[in-house]
Design a protein around this ligand. Structure first.
Ligand code: PHE
Length: 390
């Protein structure tokens, strides 16, 4: 009893708060003590009762949970920091050591039991919800899918890729694109390439001039790339440069005012016409097949000397003469020649030390010849019936 009397004050507080009973006016100290004893018994009894009630109610609620959210709510209600079990545990501090032990271990026991029940129920509900999901969200893999037509590489791009690959195999590399702008100066497109000013040679290529700046044109050939390359790099050079060119021509089955060329350039010491023939014959052999004969015809370009035009035997009539080859048996595929003395001088390469060859081929023409296409405009109409064939 002595122990209890030491805690009178504390017990009174609990007494008022916990049981909501007003203190009686005790007549004697014995009355008081007796009352306290009753309270502690009540308190212990009540706590135990309360804990058992919690266990009973919580178990029922766990069992009755229909889904994971409901289960989570039960967990919060009983086991969280502000939950019912914890509020009981908080009151333990007001009991004797022994009571703390009994009630405390009962409370822990209950909280363990509840935790176990909740995790078992959790697994059960999770499985049910997963199964429901699997059934509801099942994908029917036998359903036909949306048809998405697959894109293709344009036949001209295919030809460019193929030709670039052939020349790469012969040791050529592709020029950086900054050396081959499509909007070019007359100076690079013509003057540096040894076209004399106002020389009728300029009429060979009907050029688009711009109004915005004098002497700024849409390039009529890729040969300007040679100049930019040679101005920026010294020999040895072995490069090609594919790109678009523009000519002010009336559009027909054979001519379009936008088309593609591939320029080639090789400059080093001791480059001869034999090297030019060797490289171009090898190209034609790979591109058209080994059985196709070629012929070099003397020609004229201001920037090459000597110049040549290269023909392959007509793929339609095998050289017999037909409409495609205008009865000649030959088809012209590219222009070429030894880089002119003046051109080398213009770009500051000593023509006494270095020599070189250049060539230029039309991508459309090479594609038309290979696949027997009879109208250049087909490349630019974007008609998928045509494009799908490549
Ligand atoms: N640039 C010439 C043309 O467009 C082709 C060519 C290139 C000829 C290089 C010789 C050397 O017709």
């Amino acid at each position: 009893m002595a122990k209890n009397s030491l805690r009178v004050k504390k017990i009174k507080e609990i007494y008022y708060g916990f049981l909501s009973e007003r203190p009686k006016n005790f007549n004697t100290a014995t009355d008081k003590t007796q009352h306290q004893i009753v309270y502690i018994v009540k308190l212990r009894f009540f706590m135990k009762e309360k804990l058992e009630l919690i266990l009973k109610e919580a178990s029922e609620e766990i069992n009755n949970s229909n889904n994971l959210t409901e289960l989570e709510d039960v967990k919060v209600k009983y086991l969280s920091r502000k939950g019912e079990l914890n509020s009981i545990k908080k009151n333990l501090k007001d009991l004797s050591d022994e009571e703390k032990r009994t009630i405390g271990s009962l409370a822990n026991n209950i909280s363990n039991q509840l935790n176990e029940m909740i995790s078992a129920k959790n697994q059960e509900l999770y499985r049910i919800e997963l199964n429901k999901k699997l059934i509801n969200e099942k994908i029917d893999i036998t359903l036909p899918s949306d048809y998405r037509p697959q894109g293709k590489i344009h036949p001209l791009t295919q030809t460019i890729n193929e030709i670039v690959e052939i020349f790469q195999g012969l040791g050529f590399s592709v020029m950086p694109s900054e050396y081959s702008p499509e909007v070019e100066t007359e100076y690079i497109n013509f003057d540096m390439l040894n076209f004399p000013p106002n020389h009728p040679a300029k009429d060979m290529q009907d050029t688009f001039y711009t109004k915005t700046a004098p002497n700024v044109i849409l390039r009529s050939q890729t040969s300007g790339a040679q100049i930019r390359q040679m101005l920026n790099k010294k020999p040895p050079l072995r490069v090609i440069s594919p790109g678009r060119v523009y000519r002010c021509e009336s559009v027909s089955a054979r001519k379009n005012n936008l088309f593609h060329q591939i320029e080639g350039l090789m400059v080093d010491t001791d480059i001869t016409f034999a090297d030019l023939k060797g490289v171009l014959n090898e190209f034609v052999r790979i591109y058209f097949g080994s059985s196709r004969p070629t012929r070099f015809r003397a020609s004229y370009f201001p920037f090459t000397e000597p110049s040549a035009e290269v023909d392959v035997q007509c793929i339609m009539c095998q050289g017999k003469g037909c409409r495609t080859c205008s009865g000649t048996g030959w088809l012209e595929v590219l222009g070429a020649g030894m880089v002119h003395y003046n051109v080398l001088k213009n770009v500051g390469i000593d023509p006494e030390i270095y020599s070189g060859f250049a060539f230029g081929m039309g991508v459309e023409r090479l594609t038309m010849l290979k696949y027997a296409i009879n109208d250049i405009r087909l490349f630019f109409n974007n008609d998928t019936r045509f494009l799908n064939q490549f």
